[in-house]
Design a protein around this ligand. Structure first.
Ligand SMILES: Cc1cc2nc3c(=O)[nH]c(=O)nc-3n(C[C@H](O)[C@H](O)[C@H](O)COP(=O)(O)OP(=O)(O)OC[C@H]3O[C@@H](n4cnc5c(N)ncnc54)[C@H](O)[C@@H]3O)c2cc1C
Length: 478
């Protein structure tokens, strides 16, 4: 890996909203926040969190049960969290098929993977139906190897897809085929998920918000939910008010890691994105004009895609681990993580070393122990939740929103019986062990990936540390 550039020469993250969200807000007639909740109110369904999970749940409820009184409570603005600042990769779980088979058996694994694929289509259908131009394009998701250590990391998933008759969903690519799509000098062979898509994430989130408001959903922004009191009617306490609801949905993403009941279910790690200036001729030189979403095959993955105005949004899962579920400055203002992301860009595309970086931002990722989301219910089946996307939530939150709406509406829909419903992934240790472990392992994983990028064998201690999660029964690490 090239030496990371001096962070002082790069845009400082956390100073303003992401480029995606600024662009989306600039297009709105009235981007002012919805009024915060003041006083007390009642509703049928209260949703805490105005990201994709909360908003898809509300959207599907308006479809299934029109007239349901729905209130969304969001501490920031809808789309202000990772839903408005992610990489915009949208894909199903074909790469996760071996894990799904191991956990749930072939038949249920296929059901889940098919539902995750359908979710991608449903995002495109939503955009068409409601005139939401969120740049939805289904040009495929290419995963490439960028070092000998990464070669064939997809082999098992390719084999399982073939065994289960879905080999067209996850298709191996020769080195020449990879080069034809995106000519990084580091790329070797790869694998293509043809159904993968990209979106401009904030335009999707804000489009959803617009549709919900048109459908009569009440949204309170700048409204932090401070506590939940279960009962026949669940009470949610906010800074200046209270909501009493028949049913509650907690759509909290990484913030759930600090919520009672979920603290040992999730870890939080930060991911950062750097955005280049527009570089149309450079993209043509790379032959990367087909709109594919691309990643390398590191554990601390580099993920990158192009924009409508021919920039590269280049992300890296290299940020720090969080303590006690607190989502503080390290998730938004880590200049070192931005420099690491830019160093990844220069490593994979040395010809872009002189390209200006126009923006950079970060956000939290909710890591579950099996790296799949879980949907569940508690408090007598009146409080429901979905989280644990582990950095892959744009497509899957379309599915969990659908599941949550089905559960809330009591519709007996088969989607509410998918295996991620009621799953109980292994717990993480309590604090401070969770933080110390997450930090140590995170750092070791980054170092191992960086050594392998340089063709070096990581030192034995680093290798040992990266194996600890799997030795403890978690489904990540090496
Ligand atoms: C930098 C980055 C890049 C990513 N790239 C991709 C990608 O390319 N593809 C992909 O599939 N996934 C990606 N992800 C993950 C993806 O963004 C998430 O999985 C997805 O947005 C989850 O949606 P959500 O609605 O559950 O969470 P969020 O969008 O985080 O929404 C949760 C909301 O809850 C609010 N909230 C929290 N606590 C409270 C409270 N007490 N009271 C009121 N409101 C509260 C928060 O403010 C937040 O808006 C990325 C994430 C990051 C950070």
């Amino acid at each position: 890996m090239p030496e990371p550039p001096d962070p002082a020469t790069l845009p400082e993250p956390g100073q303003r909203r992401s480029w995606w969200l600024r662009e989306a807000l600039a297009r709105e007639d009235d981007p002012s926040p919805a009024p915060p909740l003041r006083g007390s109110t009642e509703c049928d369904v209260a949703i805490v969190g105005g990201g994709y999970t909360g908003m898809w749940t509300a959207y599907d409820l308006t479809e299934r049960a029109p007239g349901t009184r729905i209130v969304i409570l969001e501490r920031d603005i809808c789309g202000g969290g990772p839903s408005g600042r992610n990489g915009g990769f949208v894909h199903g779980w074909w790469d996760q098929l071996p894990l799904l088979v191991e956990l749930y058996g072939a038949e249920r694994a296929l059901e889940a993977a098919r539902a995750s694929e359908q979710a991608v289509q449903q995002i495109g259908q939503f955009c068409d139906r409601h005139g939401v131009d969120a740049w939805f394009r289904q040009d495929g998701y290419l995963q490439a190897s960028a070092s000998p250590a990464q070669d064939g990391s997809w082999d098992r998933a390719v084999r399982v897809c073939r065994e289960l008759g879905v080999e067209d969903r996850y298709v191996p690519q020769t080195a020449a085929e990879v080069q034809a799509r995106c000519a990084s000098p580091r790329f070797r062979a790869g694998v293509l998920m043809p159904g993968g898509a990209t979106v401009q994430p904030a335009l999707l989130a804000r489009g959803l918000r617009r549709v919900l408001l048109e459908r009569g959903v009440i949204i309170h922004e700048s409204t932090d939910v401070r506590g939940l009191t279960p009962g026949r009617t669940t009470r949610l306490a906010t800074d200046h008010g209270e909501v009493r609801a028949e049913q509650v949905v907690l759509a909290l993403n990484a913030w759930a890691a600090g919520w009672p009941g979920f603290r040992t279910r999730l870890m939080t790690w930060a991911s950062y994105i750097a955005l280049t200036e527009p570089i149309p001729s450079r993209l043509r030189e790379l032959g990367w004009t087909g709109g594919e979403a691309v990643t390398d095959s590191r554990f601390t993955i580099h993920y990158f895609r192009t924009t409508r105005d021919d920039r590269i949004a280049f992300g890296a899962g290299v940020g720090a681990a969080g303590y006690g579920g607190r989502i503080g400055r390290s998730f938004e203002g880590d200049r070192g993580a931005v420099a690491r992301a830019v160093s990844g860009l220069h490593h994979l595309f040395p010809s872009l070393a002189d390209v200006r970086i126009d923006d950079a931002w970060g956000g939290p990722i909710d890591i579950s122990s099996d790296r799949l989301p879980t949907v569940g219910s508690m408090h007598g089946g009146r409080v429901h939740f979905a989280h644990g996307y582990s950095g892959n939530g744009v497509g899957p939150s379309r599915l969990t929103g659908r599941i949550l709406a089905a559960i809330v509406a009591g519709a007996g829909d088969p989607v509410a019986r998918l295996p991620i419903v009621g799953a109980r992934p292994r717990r993480f240790p309590p604090e401070p062990f969770r933080y110390v472990g997450a930090r140590l392992i995170r750092e070791a994983l980054v170092r191992k990936d960086e050594s392998e990028d340089l063709g070096r064998r990581p030192n034995p201690l680093i290798r040992l540390i990266t194996r600890i999660p799997r030795l403890m029964g978690y489904r990540f690490g090496h």
